[in-house]
Design a protein around this ligand. Sequence first.
Ligand SMILES: CC(=O)SCCNC(=O)CCNC(=O)[C@H](O)C(C)(C)COP(=O)(O)OP(=O)(O)OC[C@H]1O[C@@H](n2cnc3c(N)ncnc32)[C@H](O)[C@@H]1OP(=O)(O)O
Length: 443
Amino acid sequence: MGSIDTPTITENGTTQSHTAAAAADGDQKPLASSNGAPAEMTLELEATKKRRASMLPLEVGTRVMCRWRDGKYHPVKVIERRKVHYGGPNDYEYYVHYTEFNRRLDEWVKLEQLDLDSVETVVDEKVEDKVTSLKMTRHQKRKIDETHVEGHEELDAASLREHEEFTKVKNIATIELGRYEIETWYFSPFPPEYNDSLKLYFCEFCLNFMKRKEQLQRHMRKCDLKHPPGDEIYRSGTLSMFEVDGKKNKVYGQNLCYLAKLFLDHKTLYYDVDLFLFYVLCECDDRGCHMVGYFSKEKHSEESYNLACILTLPPYQRKGYGKFLIAFSYELSKKEGKVGTPERPLSDLGLLSYRGYWTRVLLDILKKHKGNISIKELSDMTAIKAEDILTTLQSLELIQYRKGQHVICADPKVLDRHLKAAGRGGLEVDVSKLIWTPYKEQS
Ligand SMILES: CC(=O)SCCNC(=O)CCNC(=O)[C@H](O)C(C)(C)COP(=O)(O)OP(=O)(O)OC[C@H]1O[C@@H](n2cnc3c(N)ncnc32)[C@H](O)[C@@H]1OP(=O)(O)O
């Protein structure tokens, strides 16, 4: 399967990020800024130079082509600009959104990366696009703490613009967590006092975050946690899963949400962590249990959500942990005797992971099963909600409408082809190692 680009992770703090500055080292297009015209410059060149200079600084909203880390030019929209320290009056850096790519690849670029000949003069602001992309379910909206409202559903264009204004530029560029330095993907609403820090230092165990490395070092000498707080409910080899009750471990839950939001775009930060359980997956060694990823789950969900947010930390992605977390969420649903579904909206990577999981689980059953099987039976066996089964099988064109009813058509060859395309199964959840009872409100 192809790869969706994601920002860079480095180990041991050595920065190898593909930043705009690094990419700018390569060959460059002729630019507007120069150190004076050579005598032999033709009139035509002179005119081009003047025309380009007259565009500067570029306005926010400008559409232009920008050289990306692959060395090729891609269309971008200028989201923000800032003056270059000690530069001339028109020397700016630009925060751009690559319109073909996900927002996680938005970045600051230097003027040298922009092809000024491609500047589009008409700037169109499609507010309705933004409204769609920021939509949340009504239920999500209800759950938001009123003091930190992020509901976009009924926002008018002006308020929406204000929201975008606030979240458009990543506030924290990198974080240090355990032995990794990780480039962040999105804005996260850290308390205001952290917003002037480009980098934050997280304690990998209690998830407290600090502005300076020395503060973290001091903290690490005192912090007595070596694993997430809460109960270890699963251990298999070096993998452990901890269940953390947001009500009993409020600060941990909030820290986890701040951290996770750096990698989740359309999820709202819930300050009311009391309502959630957090399932934190760790790789354990003699230094402690190092967080790999997590998912959160509402203690009570009216919409039968069995997972609210899921994250595999970037250094651990594409290793099968996402599939493990998804499978784990369904194992919990099976123990509860319920069907479940992930909370919407799903991100691009979330959708890919879920589609792959649903395809593999359902087609594995269909392959082995002899005789007829209904969607309801599939749902009972897998804890996957009937709607998700239907959409998965429909997207694979395995459902036909015959004699007034939907029939699953499972030609073994077709199943094999789809299974192959759905990729590897990932890390297995060994259910015999899961020691867990469903959440019950304590009076
Ligand atoms: C309900 C919600 O919370 S929706 C939001 C989902 N979360 C996010 O978007 C947060 C940021 N993303 C992530 O944390 C991760 O990408 C996750 C959790 C979605 C997936 O975690 P991972 O540990 O990378 O998943 P895993 O290794 O099991 O791979 C899952 C499959 O998804 C697909 N996939 C995942 N990442 C990519 C990628 N970058 N490019 C292409 N396919 C991908 C692949 O099919 C992959 O299987 P494969 O590696 O066998 O081809």
